[in-house]
Design a binder for this molecule. Structure first.
Ligand code: ZN
Length: 765
């Protein structure tokens, strides 16, 4: 219970302005009166007045010839979601399990010739190039000097370097023509390993755990080919060559492989059959452009399909890409001696490679008591034994990315997937902006700047208006906020922070029967979705210079729209149809597709999150009040997966990193509950939930401003805003405690007067 759990019920009320504070507290009138004019929304217009002025609306949104048939067709109600074997009353605190196929990958054939221990060909290539190319020797020497300089200046790049990848599948047997799912699984592994979000770092002993470092590098399959055309980032080439080796023949069309894409702009990964027990090889930076990249044995690539134990966790590619970014083997490649170095001060001097999964400690080269750091990706252990890079390794890689590979990365202002819109958003590290409605239905704002709450812990900035929907805020760049609400005329209004001041409210027309849902897929781009009076979906967008729409998207929708953007010029919209099944419509960059029927009989609006390009995870509450999950893996929909619980609100879902999901719900006791997907399993279990205390009166709002960071906001029974946070290792102020943030909040999500209850509130909740 937010209020009493902390005993903070009476703390506040003396600071600044609170939403909906009674007139006597307008000692703070300097901020403007709730009824101040100059705001389009306070006019309380005669119905229809505003609407006709905007040149838009009523007509636009009511007409359209929308076929009800589009969305209600062909679905037997009752299918899919009401099953699952949930014992009513089991509640959300349990850890029991139920059916559910789970997300673990399948296995396939093509496992012949799987090496039994790791062997990497990077030094073969290195020695060959040293002996044949004076330019290579000079480039290696220059890079080492630059790296030492970089390290001595203690430089690090800021933000995340995103690396475009092209995977060249070169196959001789059909089994070697690996699936898209196997390729996707490898990209996922790279994104976990290079952000240190892989859960198996748990195997690292405490004496080494402080060395684990986030490389701040992410990878994505290229979306543009060298000619600027759309691509899926994969090439497929049939070859007559049965087996390749370190001679680089796979890297040229003329020798049975395929030429690289420009190696300064793409990380080229060739996947093929390698002989001689070779798992893969790389070319260090400084080598010939025509052969730059890494080569991986298909059965050591990704985590499904032909991937075979003990090299079926994708770590061969993590290792080889480490070489590509100038990392050396951790023992220094001097055979079994103690004189070689990997040029990293924080990796213990080690004699030779470690194989299999060694037992800690393994002492060599007088490196006791802790011994070799065989948990490192740059050793030779099995996939399940290598789980980390160190701080100095990360610095070496970053030096490479900032110098010889500086044309390769794309630095995003934000992260891999666009920041979702909502009542609480973050436009940068350690930054939070929360928007609420006061009891006067004006909008109020408070923010965390990294060190303190503004305008004060319990205070709020008054933003005016009389709002008929919870603030929906998008941020497409640092220090930029775009807030959307409905006015009393049910038209859409827009207010924005341009980095220096607030602007608006701007009138955007329409007669909306749902709260607006916003998405942004790039700089200066906003996409708003609402339901019209005909319950069809409508779309309005800001293209950087003007507003467009409303565009009619059809349907008869029984829930507010859910919209996500997982990449540039990509939108995915979800609604419930009249059968309470989920329907999906998507913009692919050139046209709208759908509605696609996704089944289910839902008792809540769908909630969807994208943790990376071409990934969608959808959550709904079923008619049994349990949570259900369905996901798009890049090539197909999976699920429904039954996740237990007796839920009294729609789920709130966020993702702070690749293959990471966090779901928050209220239980029948109005407490907050949490579950999470860590990339391999659901915690605390498939159908179990973490109890987080509180007595909450509205859906939680959750935002993440960085890897392994969550900020949760709820409303208490006293209508104050409450906050709790995950800092990467623990919940603050405690697992069941909350920070009181003042205010008397009308609601996060306001229902729309006179609208069908099902529209504003979701169905059946
Ligand atoms: Zn190697």
């Amino acid at each position: 219970m937010p209020r009493k759990a902390n005993g903070r019920a009476d703390k506040h009320r003396d600071e600044d302005r609170m939403p909906g504070e009674a007139p006597e507290s307008n000692a703070h009138a300097a901020n403007g009166q709730p009824t101040a004019n100059g705001m389009p929304m306070t006019a309380a217009p005669a119905a229809g007045t505003d609407m006709s002025s905007g040149g838009s609306p009523a007509a636009d949104m009511a007409g359209g010839g929308s076929p009800a048939a589009n969305m209600s067709g062909g679905t037997p109600s009752g299918l899919g979601m009401s099953g699952g074997g949930s014992p009513a009353g089991a509640g959300m605190s349990g850890g029991g399990t139920a059916g559910g196929a789970g997300m673990s990958g399948a296995t396939g054939d093509g496992r012949a010739e799987t090496p039994s221990r790791r062997q990497c060909g990077v030094m073969d290539v290195h020695r060959r190039l040293l002996s044949t190319s004076p330019e290579y020797a000079a480039a290696r020497s220059a890079l080492e000097t630059a790296t030492i300089d970089y390290v001595s200046r203690q430089e690090r790049f800021t933000g995340i370097a995103r690396i475009p990848v092209v995977v060249h599948v070169v196959w001789n047997t059909s089994a070697q023509n690996i699936s898209q799912a196997q390729i996707d699984s490898q990209i996922d592994v790279l994104n976990r390993d290079y952000r240190a979000t892989n859960p198996d770092t748990s195997i690292v002993p405490g004496v080494f755990s402080g060395l684990i470092a986030d490389a701040q590098v992410e990878f994505f399959l290229a979306t543009q080919d060298p000619n600027g055309n759309p691509t899926n980032g994969v090439t497929r080439t049939q070859t007559s060559v049965a087996t390749f080796t370190t001679d680089d023949k796979v890297k040229a069309t003329a020798t049975g492989g395929i030429d690289p894409w420009p190696t300064n702009k793409y990380l080229n990964i060739w996947v093929c059959q390698l002989g001689g027990g070779l798992l893969g090889y790389a070319q260090f930076p400084g080598g010939p452009a025509a052969t730059d990249g890494v080569v991986i044995l298909h059965s050591g690539f990704g985590t499904n399909g032909t991937a075979a134990a003990p090299f079926d966790l994708g770590r061969t590619t993590t290792h080889e890409v480490g070489h590509f970014f100038n990392l050396l083997h951790i023992w220094g490649d001097d055979g079994s001696g103690c004189s070689g170095s990997d040029e990293c001060a924080d990796t213990p001097n080690a004699a030779g490679p470690n194989f299999g999964v060694p037992t800690f400690p393994h002492v060599t080269c007088s490196n006791g008591p802790n011994g070799d750091l065989f948990y490192d990706y740059m050793d030779y252990t099995d996939d399940r034994g290598m789980v980390m890079f160190t701080n100095d390794q990360v610095t070496r890689m970053q030096a490479t990315i900032d110098t010889v590979r500086k044309d390769l990365p794309v630095f995003d202002t934000a992260r891999a997937t666009p920041e979702p819109a909502g009542s609480v958003v973050s436009w940068g590290a350690n930054r939070l902006d929360a928007f609420v409605l006061g009891t006067d239905l004006a909008m109020y704002h408070k923010w965390w700047d990294g060190s303190a709450w503004g305008p004060s812990v319990a205070g709020y900035e008054y933003q005016g208006g009389i709002c008929m929907s919870a603030p929906e805020v998008a941020s497409w760049a640092p220090n930029r906020l775009d807030a959307f609400v409905l006015g009393t005329d049910r038209a859409l209004y827009h207010k924005w922070w341009d980095g220096a001041s607030w602007n608006g409210y701007e009138y955007l027309g329409g007669i909306c029967m749902s709260p607006p849902r916003l998405a942004t897929w790039g700089p200066d781009r906003l996409d708003a979705f609402v339901l019209g009076t005909d319950r069809a979906l409508y779309h309005k967008w800001w293209d950087g210079s003007s507003w467009n729409g409303y565009e009619y998207l059809g349907g008869i929708c029984m829930s507010p729209p859910e919209v996500v953007a997982w990449g540039p010029d990509r939108l995915d919209a979800f609604v419930l149809g009249t059968d309470n099944a989920v329907y999906h419509k998507w913009w692919d960059g050139s046209s709208w597709n759908g509605y696609e029927y996704l089944g289910g009989v839902c008792a809540s609006p769908p909630r969807v999150v994208a943790w990376g390009p071409n990934r969608l995870d959808m959550f709904v509450i079923g008619t049994d009040s349990a949570l259900y999950h369905k996901w798009w893996d890049g090539s197909a929909w999976n699920g429904w997966e039954y996740m237990g619980g007796i839920c009294t609100t729609a789920p709130t879902v966020v993702s702070w990193g690749s293959d990471r999901l966090d779901v928050f719900l209220l239980g029948t006791d109005s407490a907050l509950y949490h579950k999470w997907w860590d990339g391999s399993a659901w915690g605390p279990s498939l159908t179990g939930y973490e109890y987080m205390g509180g007595i909450c009166t509205d859906e939680p709002r959750v935002v993440s401003w960085d890897t392994n960071r969550l900020d949760v906001f709820v409303t208490g029974t006293d209508k104050q805003l409450y906050h709790k946070w995950w800092d990467g290792s623990a919940w603050g102020p405690s697992v069941t405690g909350y920070e009181a943030l003042g205010g008397v909040i009308s609601d996060f999500k306001v229902t729309i007067p006179e609208s069908p209850a099902a529209i504003g509130q979701g169905v059946g909740i």
